[in-house]
Design a protein around this ligand. Sequence first.
Ligand SMILES: O=P(O)(O)O[C@@H]1[C@@H](OP(=O)(O)O)[C@H](OP(=O)(O)O)[C@H](O)[C@H](OP(=O)(O)O)[C@H]1OP(=O)(O)O
Ligand SMILES: Nc1ncnc2c1ncn2[C@@H]1O[C@H](COP(=O)(O)OP(=O)(O)O)[C@@H](O)[C@H]1O
Length: 288
Amino acid sequence: MFKIPEHQVAGHKASQGLLGPLIDDSGHFYKPLQSDDRGSKEVAFYNQLSSNTEIPNHIRKFFPLYYGTQHIEASDGSGPCPHLVLEDIVSSRANPSVMDVKIGSRTWYPTASEDYIMRCLKKDRETTSLPLGFRISGFQIYGSEESGYWKPEKKYVLGFTAEDVRVALRKFASSNSSDGLGSEPDCAFAETVYGGSNGILAQLLKLKAWFEDQTIFHFYSCSVLMMYEKEPVLKSESPCAVVKLVDFAHVVEGQGVIDHNFLGGLCSLIKFISEILNNLPHNSAEVL
Ligand SMILES: O=P(O)(O)O[C@@H]1[C@@H](OP(=O)(O)O)[C@H](OP(=O)(O)O)[C@H](O)[C@H](OP(=O)(O)O)[C@H]1OP(=O)(O)O
Ligand SMILES: Nc1ncnc2c1ncn2[C@@H]1O[C@H](COP(=O)(O)OP(=O)(O)O)[C@@H](O)[C@H]1O
């Protein structure tokens, strides 16, 4: 039985009869192969990832598990269509807070068409991609049973300024998220979610160390997905926060050169998160 994923925060969505991802009850996320060569490029990436022995295991953990492709009924009613079968990295979590951060000041890949480059460039300029090296593509933050999620619309999120991004990253780890960007974030969960040896910052630093060295892939328009559940955070259980990479439709070969576009964006995101931790009221020790 396939369902529309209720915790999807960005990208093409299956609601309103459109073509988008579906999930099942056994922890799989079915992403339809996208038109032109995007779908086949993403399949090729996952196949390469599976067979490449140079990728260390502690880095493989950042990618959803891949189970090949399968024809299932498309969400738009167009009939059976090939889907990537991936590990559903979100749905098993109770009330997950999720944020999709698209990394890189440049989201277009070198061999893209002029028209595609112009479209991406426009979005990169109009969002924080160009100035910050990343943009928030979408998020949901769980408040409580009464308040539910704060899950703003895509258009609103893409209009974020650098200051809005700073506040949204603080709100992501706050207990007073349901009132939007308006109030001062309390950062109540920042130490557990972002900090510590298993927190988001530590995971991003592990990724950064790999990106400082790897020249196999260049990840254009790829996202860091950050998520956590509130219950384990409140009990300080570890690990309660997870970082994954998603969307590999525009990955190209690295050809012996580091992915400075992704690395730069990742460093910028790391700096934002480090600053949150360094500015916690009771935290005198510098994080970075
Ligand atoms: O159509 P749009 O404007 O929503 O753009 C999609 C992007 O939304 P954005 O506006 O950047 O948040 C969307 O970005 P997110 O996944 O939402 O971060 C993708 O980049 C998508 O392209 P692709 O499926 O990765 O090839 C983009 O789809 P295409 O326009 O390239 O089909
Ligand atoms: N393996 C996965 N498990 C759970 N959710 C996922 C997974 N991959 C992607 N998502 C959700 O779908 C959104 C869009 O994914 P993405 O691969 O970027 O699609 P698109 O190519 O349409 O942009 C992500 O922001 C996330 O919310």
